[in-house]
Design a protein around this ligand. Structure first.
Ligand code: DDQ
Ligand code: CA
Length: 291
């Protein structure tokens, strides 16, 4: 025959049930609000290399084989160059006309795409000889060689030319606003755009870009921070704080240096490189979450 449990047992069961509910709902809400995931990162310098202190770095990328490509700014000193990572030696350089101020640079296939400051003009170069190549509408590389090289420039649809990066399919672009653009490399038209936001606040001055493990990383002009951005929705996923690099250079007597700018990713060896405008050094860094 069924015997009713004493009230103390019933109370115990109810208390346990409520406690369990509390724990699990707390865990769920934590997961949902992503509070458990650190989104601020520090860095550790694992290597430093010489960098041309006259290079006003505006675009930087790693192209394999210990070679970097770099775009530099300032009128009369703008260029596209191939640089040996370990020595900082400029192995090949294409200086730009004095009317142009070099900005973002990215590599897609054999082509380097570059944008320029305060102009809507961009250039496409053959990475092997820096000659400007036919931009569109042809995608096959063979057209570079059989069509007379007449289309050497393109006009983009961003407000200005600041940063460029690529995931191997599309170009990502920034123009100093908070918009992150996706650009079709064949038509050079904007295909998507997102406002970059952190906790609801627009993040402007997006500058040099790099595509790293599915995210777009951006220097934010005049800060020592890199934003890790989702190109799917423009959300800032995390911040990397790097004030010590610039401060260290200034403390060592480099008073003429400008801001942190330039991110390059070696996807093969998982090496991350950063530098700045007129910085005498380029750093290989590792990123780690800050507690
Ligand atoms: N940007 O890299 C933030 C896009 C542009 C930086 C421009 C710095 C100006 C330096 C002095 C210009 C002299 C005409
Ligand atoms: Ca870059």
């Amino acid at each position: 025959t069924y015997k009713k449990p004493p009230p103390v047992v019933l109370i115990f069961v109810v208390v346990c049930f409520v406690a369990l509910l509390g724990v699990s709902s707390n865990t769920w809400s934590k997961l949902a609000s992503n509070k458990t995931k650190p989104n601020v990162y520090g860095i550790e310098v694992v290597n430093e290399f010489p960098h041309d202190h006259r290079a006003f770095t505006q675009g930087l990328l790693y192209a394999g084989n210990n070679k970097l490509y770099e775009s530099t700014g300032l009128y009369g000193r703008s260029s596209v160059r191939r640089v040996a990572l370990e020595t900082g030696e400029v192995e090949e350089i294409k200086t730009m006309e004095h009317a142009y101020f070099g900005e973002g640079l990215t590599l897609l296939g054999e082509r380097l795409f570059q944008v320029t400051w305060l102009k809507k003009t961009g250039f496409i170069y053959d990475r092997n000889n820096f000659s400007k190549v036919c931009a569109s509408p042809f995608s096959a590389e063979i057209f570079i060689y059989i069509i007379p090289l007449q289309v050497q420039e393109f006009t983009h649809q961003m407000k200005d030319g600041w940063g460029l990066a690529s995931d191997g399919k599309v170009l990502f672009g920034s123009d100093g606003t908070s918009t992150l653009y996706q650009i079709d490399p064949q038509t050079l038209k904007v295909t998507r755009q997102h406002i970059v936001k952190y906790k609801g606040h627009q993040i402007r001055y997006l500058n040099e870009l790099e595509f790293i493990n599915g995210e777009v990383w951006a220097n934010v002009w005049q800060t020592d921070c890199i934003a890790r951005i989702s190109h799917e929705n423009g959300m800032v996923l995390g911040w990397i704080l790097l004030p010590h690099l610039r401060e260290g250079l200034v403390a060592a007597g480099n008073h003429a240096i400008d801001v942190l700018n330039g991110i390059a990713w070696d996807g093969e060896k998982k090496r991350l490189f950063v530098t700045g405008k007129l910085w005498p050094k380029l750093y290989e860094i590792k990123v780690h979450p800050l507690k």
